[in-house]
Design a protein around this ligand. Structure first.
Ligand code: SAH
Length: 383
């Protein structure tokens, strides 16, 4: 019997935390291949996107501040053991120049991303964030991997507004297999870090890769459910792209599940996950990811924006470093005049009748959370 995952049944049901988009119906959608039904899903996600976060697309300037990394993640092209990667680290002045450029381009946010780089000085970074917050009106998002609670607190105090840390997969065994422990990080639990981020007052972003060898359709359905349970403010999802000079890239075939269970790397599934993310967590800011634009060269950001996404992150890393931040091969946006360039993205956005947003583009969740938070007790007399 065909799984009952008709979206006309769901009508707002997940707003109340339950309803027809449960794990089974989510899995039904992930396995769906009928174009007409998928178009129904796309239209529902697009309508929900319009209702919740509007027509305007937020541009976030991505600055890949360091490709040094001490981790051995089996899928990632900048993993520590790759001797052939030429490593770079931007200094404060270089980061500030990128941030000023983001401000001049009218972007409301800069996103600083890096490998887990022990050479990145926390105090320097904190001071750079402080300067960015003084010199530009941009919100600051960080994506620096598994930091300690103290480090996250310091960066928040310096003015960082948001943090992105994908949980990558909710299948614990698979997570452990692809993230071998390192000396500094024996038992770090990404869900615990996401909870710290929330406590520290960050806007919290997470997400997964789609089609990791060993990732089943049903665990992917569980991942999507978790987007809702974690009440995420930002959700980043993209296909897993094999990097042939990594253990997972080389051995993917052997580690894959039986084809009836293995979530595949394909544009259709990646778009479906974007749409389901929008439906389960409708107020979230959802980017059209570079990984999806890389796999879907023809559809690019345009299609993700039609499947529920409302954010694009043009790459502002100085061009001479871009090719070195090669987490997977043929990454879109390395060519500064290619599909990922700021000008190209604005043209794409306009071509589908959408507009470029102004301002920081905080998630509507934040406003809701602030309004519903109990008012702090007045413990100090203001002077
Ligand atoms: N060091 C940071 C930033 C990593 S890059 C961190 O670990 O959070 C950001 C994201 O790129 C990762 O979370 C992962 O989901 C994605 N990524 C890494 N390697 C990839 C690959 N081979 N294919 C697709 N996405 C990949």
């Amino acid at each position: 019997m065909e799984a009952d995952h008709n979206i006309s049944n769901r009508a707002g049901s997940l707003d109340r935390g339950s309803g027809t988009l449960n794990r089974e119906t989510l899995e039904g959608w992930l396995r769906e291949t009928d174009e007409a039904r998928l178009e129904e899903l796309r239209a529902a996600a697009d309508a929900e996107r319009r209702r919740r976060v509007g027509e305007a697309v937020h541009l976030r300037g991505l600055i890949e501040i360091s490709n040094h990394c001490e981790r051995h993640c089996l899928y990632c092209g900048v993993r520590a053991p790759r001797r052939e990667v030429s490593r770079y680290r931007l200094n404060s002045e270089e980061i500030l120049a990128c941030a000023r450029r983001a401000g001049q381009l009218g972007f409301g946010t800069i996103v600083m991303q890096a490998g887990e780089d022990p050479g990145l000085c926390l105090e320097d970074l904190a001071r750079t964030i402080e300067r960015i917050k003084v010199e530009t009106a941009c919100a600051v998002t960080l994506s620096l991997g598994e930091l300690s609670r103290g480090e996250l607190a310091r960066l928040r105090q310096a003015g960082a507004d948001r943090y992105l840390l994908r949980f990558e997969t909710s299948d614990r065994d698979l997570f452990q297999r692809i993230h071998p422990p390192s000396r500094r990080h024996e038992h770090r639990d990404r869900l615990e870090i996401l909870a710290w981020l929330r406590e520290l007052g960050y806007e919290v972003g997470s997400g997964v890769m789609i089609g990791i060898p060993g990732q089943s359709y049903s665990s992917l359905a569980q991942d999507i459910e978790l987007f809702h349970t974690l009440d995420l403010d930002m959700i980043g999802v993209g296909p897993y792209l094999a990097h042939l000079d990594t253990p997972l890239g080389r051995d993917g075939q052997r580690l894959s599940l039986d084809p009836s269970r293995q979530a595949p790397v394909c544009v259709r599934l990646a778009r479906t996950v974007v749409a389901l993310a929008r439906l389960v967590q409708p107020n979230a800011n959802i980017p059209s990811t570079t990984a999806l634009a890389t796999l879907d060269r023809a559809g690019g950001h345009r299609e993700s924006l039609r499947w529920g996404a409302n954010v694009v992150m043009p790459n502002l890393t100085p061009p001479r470093y871009r090719a070195e931040y090669e987490i997977y091969p043929d990454k879109a946006g390395i060519d500064p005049v290619g599909v990922d360039s700021a000008g190209g993205i604005v043209a794409t956005i306009n071509s589908i009748g959408r507009t470029v947003a102004r301002g920081r583009g905080d998630s509507p969740n934040i406003t809701r959370r602030r309004e519903s938070a109990p008012k702090p007790l007045q413990t100090e007399v203001s002077q």
